[in-house]
Write a protein that binds this ligand. Structure first.
Ligand code: NAI
Length: 346
């Protein structure tokens, strides 16, 4: 009696888990640069994501080990590792989302733009392969300088005749994650207790130094501790310099990897949800945009079945934010132009 009740329960549980998973569509995610500092924890986090059915891990070195390791985790995604250039086609074919953390990270004293000479070529070649093997995939660009690598990707795709501006994203989620953390930390006071994971702060502009513009005036839930102008200035600067804080703390051993993997996994999850038709998925990201005079700009974007569904406006800015917006434009413009020029000449 007990045994039959148990087995009925087990059958019920199995059926429930089967029916709850069966409506999820098959989704293949490819990570290019999967064996790196970001790539490894990002591979782990994507393996844990139930929306992923196939996970293709590609790198020029070290992928078999990462793939074997991650593949032993008992979650839905089937994992395969690819290493040599002749395997990139297999890695990319059928991908719905391609995440690119390939390239060199910063060392102390370097700006993101100092990475341009090496990473521009890497990104360009990877995008040529994407255009060839999975032209319809959504691309999440992590490799820096994002302000230039996204324009490079757009030019490569235009040349190949595959460019869809709705499917190309610069990943700026780490700026949002940092702004949330610093804001929630600053606003903590007896009786208030902002829950870190409930806080949201839009971050607009680009992804380097002053081009990162957190909009603390639009932070939610609004802090009922009025932050002073000096505190807002300090929070803004800390968000802009968050990457450098990590680079210096790592003292030559690279830049943000763990927090970046978390942020990259959040953004890829949002893209997958959008593709799967989940309504109202909104994330800040660097996309082709007409909300300012610049051709690419990070702002809140609604994600949907075709990638970008709507690029949302900036909302009401404080005077401090308006000033920051005007200040960032020349630098962002020149980084975008540098990327476009590189792609046209190479
Ligand atoms: P890493 O050096 O630890 O890993 C990079 C990986 O890319 C290595 O495994 C390397 O073998 C691989 N790689 C190099 N050329 C490749 C190619 N042609 N094809 C495939 N893989 C290739 O560097 P880490 O720390 O993982 O950083 C990667 C990139 O992410 C850097 O450009 C860094 O600046 C950027 N980054 C971006 C952030 C953002 O917020 N968007 C935050 C932090 C880093």
């Amino acid at each position: 009696m007990i045994r039959s009740a148990e087995s009925a329960l087990r059958r019920g549980l199995l059926r429930r888990s089967y029916t709850s998973e069966s409506p999820l569509p098959e989704r293949k995610v490819a990570i290019l640069g999967a064996a790196g500092g970001i790539g490894q924890p990002l591979s782990l986090l994507m393996k844990l994501n139930p929306l992923v059915s196939n996970l293709a891990l590609y790198d020029i070195a070290g992928t078999p080990g990462v793939a074997a390791d991650v593949s032993h985790i008992n979650t839905r995604a089937e994992v395969a590792g690819y290493m040599t250039e002749d395997q990139i086609g297999q890695a990319l074919e059928g991908s719905d989302v391609v995440i690119i953390p390939a390239g060199v990270p910063r060392k102390p004293g370097m700006t993101r733009d100092d990475l341009f000479n090496i990473n521009a070529g890497i990104v360009k070649n990877l995008c040529v392969a994407i255009a060839k093997y999975c032209p319809d995939a959504v691309v999440n660009m992590i490799s820096n300088p994002v302000n230039s690598t996204v324009p490079i990707a757009s030019e490569v795709f235009k040349k190949a005749g595959t460019y869809d501006e709705k499917k190309l994203f610069g990943v700026t989620t780490l700026d949002v994650v940092r702004a949330r953390t610093f804001f929630a930390g600053k606003s903590k006071s007896p009786g208030l207790n902002l829950v870190f994971t409930d806080v949201n702060v839009p971050v607009v502009g680009g992804h380097a130094g002053i081009t990162i513009l957190p909009l603390f005036s639009q932070a939610t839930p609004a802090s009922n501790v009025a932050l002073s102008a000096d505190e807002i200035t300090a929070l803004t600067k800390r968000t802009q310099d968050g990457g450098t804080e990590v680079v210096e703390a790592k003292a030559g051993k690279g830049s943000a990897t763990l927090s970046m993997a978390y942020a990259g996994a959040l953004f890829a999850d949002a893209c997958l949800k959008g593709l799967n038709g989940v309504p109202d998925v909104v994330e800040c990201t660097f996309v082709q945009s007409s909300i300012t005079e610049l051709p690419f700009f990070a702002s809140k974007v609604r994600l949907g079945k075709n990638g970008v569904e709507e690029v949302l406006g900036l909302g009401t800015l404080s005077d401090f934010e308006k000033e920051g917006l005007e200040k960032l434009k020349p630098e962002l413009k020149s980084s975008i132009e540098k990327g476009i020029k590189f792609a046209k000449e190479n």
